[in-house]
Design a protein around this ligand. Structure first.
Ligand code: AKG
Ligand code: FE2
Length: 350
């Protein structure tokens, strides 16, 4: 039976500023006055981002659990992104996977990486450099679920990445249950709606160069991501910005060993816009050193048809998106599955 969540709890916010000195900082940016051509076009504020305590979402104490679920509901409905703290990924796995990604980029030769440059649309492993498209990012993307793929020549890294992927999936399933409850459903609603047992996950490992090696300020251009939700971990803060529900850009400073959770386009479609995905980007213009991120894009199964669930559609809330299978929506921009780009605009009706 669905759990009844009381209203009017207070969201928890972690420190808006990083505890360690940020590598990326807007300290040198001046408030822009009209006609000031030196204003920083990537200026963002240090607004607070809510923190959700994962352990409390499942704790035995009913009051504490309901309070945590209400905080999650507010974070989903009013923000669309939050920091997840007190989760179940051991520090050893967290640090190991970030080091593994860093070593992979540093130690794998260009020739070895080139094997994974786009060959065909059915690639399961893809490596590339984005520098030519005005972005500054080197990436390795792999399909991580239902079947896991990884370059066969890095067995140690492959093992830690697989372990990390399994740990992260447990959290994603836990969040699917908690988010279902925040919507007033029984806990398996989202798992069933997305068929998460066979969910299609892509893991994107990104390396952003220091500004001395970047061509321009952009690491990754503005976008939203498909899927149920997106998990992001990083080695250091460095220019990740999200466009808030209020329409201002916010700097993301992820607390140590916390996970940034962003709601994906397909949760927006399923809930007919009640829970929204948010535009984000990466700016590398102020970074003194390189930054690594690991992004999990946790989607429905490829053959699952995703449309707004009837419970979210009525006279006051007309259907906002048309339906498509997840596979069709990933291909809607002419992209390959491993590219997993947003196609929200293509399914929007109103
Ligand atoms: O690397 C980051 O910080 C963001 C990456 C991202 O948004 C993505 O891969 O979709
Ligand atoms: Fe993204």
């Amino acid at each position: 039976m669905a759990e009844t969540i009381p209203f009017a709890s207070q969201l928890h916010f972690s420190e808006p500023k990083p505890k360690v000195a940020p590598v990326y900082s807007n300290a040198s940016s001046q408030f822009s006055v009209e006609g000031n051509h030196h204003a920083d076009p990537y200026l963002a504020s240090d607004d607070e981002i809510p923190s959700i305590d994962y352990s409390l979402l499942f704790c035995e104490d009913t009051d504490q659990r309901l309070h945590a679920l209400e905080c999650l509901r507010q974070a989903c409905q009013e923000y669309g992104f939050f920091y997840l703290v007190n989760h179940t990924i051991p520090d050893k796995v967290f640090d190991g996977v970030l080091k593994g990604v860093s070593d992979f980029f540093d130690q794998t030769t260009l020739e070895e990486k080139m094997i994974y440059r786009k060959k065909c649309s059915s690639d399961k492993i893809r490596w590339d450099l984005n520098s030519s498209a005005g972005e500054n990012r080197e990436y390795l993307k792999v399909v991580a679920h239902p079947q896991y793929y990884f370059p066969p020549d890095s067995p140690g890294f492959s093992k830690i990445l697989e372990e990390y992927g399994k740990e992260m999936r447990k959290i994603v399933i836990g969040l699917a249950r908690a988010v279902s409850k925040t919507l007033g459903f029984e806990e398996h609603f989202i798992e069933k709606a997305f068929n998460l047992k066979s969910g299609f996950d892509v893991m994107a490992m990104n390396l952003y160069p220091p500004n001395a090696k970047s061509k321009g300020a952009i690491g990754l251009s503005e976008h939203t991501d498909p899927s149920f939700l997106i998990t992001l971990v990083q080695d250091i803060d460095g220019g990740f910005q999200i466009l808030s529900h209020k329409g201002n850009w916010i700097n993301v400073y992820i607390p140590h060993h916390a996970i940034l959770i962003q709601l994906g386009d397909h949760l927006e479609i399923l809930t007919n816009g009640k829970y929204k995905s948010h535009i984000h980007k990466v700016i590398v213009g102020n970074n003194k050193v390189q930054r690594i991120s690991i992004v999990g894009i946790h989607g429905p199964s490829l053959d699952k048809f995703i449309r707004p669930s009837n419970e979210f559609v009525d006279e006051e809330h007309p259907q906002k998106y048309c339906g498509m299978t997840y596979k069709e929506s990933l291909k809607a921009n002419g992209d390959d599955e491993v590219d997993v780009q947003s196609s929200l605009e293509q399914v929007r009706l109103v």
